[in-house]
Ligand binder design. Structure first.
Ligand SMILES: C[S@@+](CC[C@H](N)C(=O)[O-])C[C@H]1O[C@@H](n2cnc3c(N)ncnc32)[C@H](O)[C@@H]1O
Length: 473
């Protein structure tokens, strides 16, 4: 912010535009003649009130910025005049405390300025102080006690684009009355927006503003389609920045790297990843059927579990392998790149008989919420062909399977669908966890249950499956 101390900035009252006058509060230096009074131009603006007293108006960008398509930062500059107190250096600290309700609070603006060797200027909020009588009783007493003259000076502040928050800029630019959403998800240095139709003409400006106002964001993208049906990625358009999509993120203390445009990553699942990993003991085996880039598999391996992790997307598989090396867990984690059903019927089935004779826990994680419940039929008769199927089994695998539900009773819906797919009723034999609300009336749920011997050793002949197309999230 540029500030310019102009002493007493007098304005000829005859030149004040009437509408500005109506929105303007005047204050007068007591000793001066009223015809040439210093003016505080209190433009209508929004600025959050630090004392929680609602919105106060001080600075809105000039109206000419409305409709701007290409960002011109200079066009947001405006000069406002604010009242100030001239204060002896020694009492400044005490005075600032006593006047904190009326002192100027603007992001990026210093409210104490040097005047001379012995004095400082304390800038005040013009929406709260328009004349010496604006001070309350305790403020007046503090001023008297500290020997600060009850004289208001005027100070001109040059406020710029840098003093505005992202939503203040966007509210000034986008058509009045239309929704301004500057909300976004952030994955590493990439900010990801989901713009609506009416915001599209301003998309590059919005991207630039988001990048300017959020340190560490160097690329802003907009989702251009619904989630791809197979790999749960979506197409995106770069709105601002370098277009580099290879991100570095941390989740629950562990680092991950991946190309955000080519794999699935959802920062809103970190609590769920942590919850499931919290169920594991060192020495357990985890089989992650839809592993993505590893947010279940890597922390499980870090915890001392042996992990088999699979993903059909070759890019996820590549970054999963990369994240194993990054987290130094290659010795505990084997990665696969195949369809989930083939993984269940292949590497998972091969590992299961020996594991079920042991004592360590076996966990099967299936996080593909739009489809995973339908993959449960792959467990029917999975070990039916095992030569020693009457073996004594000491431990059963625990499945954690995710599903979306739009039903009024999502828990019931998920239990019914899982039971249908598994060919056995799970009613009373499972636990349900509500993960998150994905959209209005759409919940993401996790059902956990033990895979019974009845399911695993049944004589079901595998029927060929037709993959259903996934519903976008
Ligand atoms: C919702 S993501 C979950 C990723 C990760 N487990 C997580 O929690 O963030 C589902 C993953 O399943 C993969 N996928 C989709 N269809 C698949 C299939 N038929 N077989 C195996 N993986 C599949 C996608 O590529 C994606 O990485």
């Amino acid at each position: 912010c540029e500030t310019r101390h102009v002493g007493e900035g007098f304005v000829d009252l005859t030149r004040i535009n009437l509408s500005l006058f109506l929105h303007t509060r005047l204050y007068f230096l007591l000793e001066h003649v009223p015809l040439k009074a210093p003016v505080i131009a209190a433009h209508r603006a929004t600025m959050s009130d630090p004392e929680g007293g609602g919105e106060s108006s001080l600075y809105t960008p000039p109206p000419e910025v409305r409709g701007m398509i290409s960002l011109d930062r200079e066009a947001f500059s405006r000069t406002v005049t604010v009242p100030a107190l001239r204060v002896q250096k020694e009492v400044l600290g005490k005075l600032v405390k006593s006047l904190k309700k009326v002192a100027l609070h603007l992001p990026g603006v210093k409210r104490v300025l040097e005047d001379d060797d012995k004095h400082r200027l304390l800038l005040l909020d013009p929406t709260r102080v328009s004349s010496p009588s604006s001070f309350g009783e305790t403020e007046t007493q503090a001023l008297e006690k500290l020997g600060v003259p009850l004289e208001l000076h005027s100070h001109e502040l040059r406020l710029t684009y840098g003093n505005l928050k992202a939503d203040e800029v966007l509210r000034a630019v986008l058509p009045e009355g239309q929704d301004v959403t500057s909300g976004f998800s952030r994955v590493g240095h990439v900010a990801h927006l989901n713009l609506r139709e009416h915001q599209l003409p301003y998309k590059n400006l919005i991207g630039q503003v988001i990048m300017d106002k959020n340190s560490g964001v160097t690329c802003v993208v907009n989702k251009t389609n619904t989630i791809d049906s197979t790999f749960r990625t979506f197409q995106m358009e770069v709105l601002a920045g370098d277009g580099n999509m290879v991100v570095k993120v941390r989740e629950n203390g562990l680092p991950y790297e991946f190309d955000f445009s080519r794999v699935y990553w959802n920062p809103r699942l970190s609590t769920e990843h942590e919850r499931v990993v919290g169920l594991l003991q060192p020495g357990d085996t985890v089989m992650d059927v839809f592993a993505g880039v590893g947010p279940f598999a890597i922390p499980a391996a870090k915890r001392g579990c042996n992990v088999l992790a699979n993903d059909l997307n070759p890019e996820s598989h590549r970054w999963l392998s990369h994240n194993c090396r990054l987290n130094k867990v290659e010795h505990r984690l084997r990665v696969f790149n195949m369809d989930g059903r083939a993984f269940i019927r292949g590497p998972l089935r091969e590992a299961l008989p020996a594991l079920m004779k042991g004592t360590a826990g076996i966990h099967i994680v299936m996080n593909l919420p739009a489809l995973a419940l339908e993959f449960l039929d792959a467990f029917q008769g999975l070990l039916g062909q095992e030569p020693d199927q009457n073996q004594s089994v000491s431990i059963l695998p625990e499945v954690h399977c995710y599903g979306f539900s739009k039903e009024g009773d999502p828990s019931r819906d998920i239990v019914e669908r899982a039971s249908r797919s598994l060919g056995i009723s799970l009613d009373g034999h499972c636990s349900i966890h509500m993960v998150r609300n994905v959209a209005p009336n759409k919940e993401m749920m996790c059902i956990s249950f033990s895979l019974s011997k009845d399911v695993l050793f049944s004589n079901v002949i595998e029927a060929p499956k037709r993959q259903k197309c996934e519903e976008p999230e």
